[in-house]
Every structure is written in structure tokens, then in C-alpha cells.
Design a binder for this molecule. Structure first.
Ligand code: 8DG
Length: 142
């Protein structure tokens, strides 16, 4: 059976040792937490998609930084989700909750208390591990 691939970019926004997380509103994943971002459209780079999604979802203008981690997650027998996370170097504006049910700034240690979508668990673990070794720095608000 042909595999359907869903490509998604997500942003790791860290400011003052806190990371921004978002709670999904739609019925399908309702209540689960994720990093802001969304589907990459045809002819868009990961970074272009992320910049657009962060503007649509949070009304911020971001400078996308380094690639952080990609997760290749099998959603079901015929669908794979490729989730590409990038560190956000800087942003202009104050994040507003435009499409999620809630957005929250939490410390990296607090990540383990939230119910993230399954594909995000390797990202959460990576953030927790890196923080233990050396706090992740992504720049500051401009
Ligand atoms: N944004 C985001 N999506 C994630 C994460 N983890 C994860 O499994 N997903 C999944 C949930 C969705 O099935 C898909 C992203 O779709 P979406 O609905 O947020 O994307 P979109 O804004 O482009 O939505 P739409 O126009 O298709 O309605 O990826 C994550 O950390 N961030």
C-alpha cells in the first residue's frame, strides 16, 4: 500500500529558560500538547512553513534557528508523520493563543508533566536530556 507522508515543522521557542507549548483544540487530538507549527505545504521549505505557521498560530515573526530533531512516526499502516523541529533564534511580538485551546510557558523540567502527542515524545526527551547536560539557549526576544 502506498504510504501517505505528512510533513510537519514545529518550533522550539525558549525564552528566559521557559519553552512555549500549545494545547490542541480539535476533536482528533483534543487536549494533547504539542510544539507550535503545522503542515509543510507544497513548494515550501521546512523553515518557510514554520515561519508562516508561527505567524498564523501565535502572531509572532520568527527567525528560525538550527535544526533540533526530526521524528519519523508511523501514525497507522498507511500514514507516516515526519516531524521536523527547529530552534527559534528570536521573535518579534508577544505570542497570542489564536488557534490552540491554551498556550503556556513552562520550564524545561516541567515538560515531563504534560501529555504530549506521541510523535513529540522523542523531542521532549531530547530537550530534557540536553537541559540536564547544558541548558538549551535559543536566543532572546528582539
Ligand atoms: N504543529 C504540530 N503538529 C504536530 C506535533 N506533533 C504531532 O504529532 N503533530 C501532528 C498533529 C497533526 O496531525 C499534524 C499537524 O497538523 P496541523 O493540523 O497542526 O497543521 P496545520 O496547521 O497545517 O493544519 P490544517 O491546515 O491541515 O488544518 O502533525 C507538533 O509538535 N506540532
Amino acid at each position: 500500500m502506498a504510504q501517505k507522508i505528512i510533513n510537519v515543522s514545529a518550533g522550539i521557542i525558549i525564552k528566559d529558560d521557559q519553552v512555549l507549548i500549545c494545547q490542541r483544540r480539535e476533536a482528533h487530538h483534543k487536549g494533547a500538547w504539542e510544539f507550535p507549527g503545522g503542515k509543510i505545504e507544497l513548494n515550501e521549505s521546512h523553515q518557510e512553513a514554520l515561519k508562516r505557521e508561527l505567524n498564523e498560530e501565535l502572531s509572532i515573526n520568527c527567525e528560525i534557528g538550527q535544526h533540533f530533531h526530526s521524528v519519523f512516526y508511523k501514525l497507522n499502516i498507511s500514514t507516516q508523520l515526519n516531524l521536523h523541529a527547529y530552534l527559534i533564534k528570536s521573535f518579534i511580538g508577544t505570542p497570542k493563543c489564536l488557534v490552540h485551546s491554551k498556550i503556556l510557558w513552562i520550564t524545561l523540567q516541567e515538560l515531563s508533566y504534560y501529555n504530549f502527542l506521541p510523535a513529540d515524545l522523542p523531542l521532549v526527551e531530547n530537550l530534557l536530556n540536553r537541559h540536564k547536560k547544558e541548558p538549551v539557549k535559543t536566543g532572546s526576544k528582539r
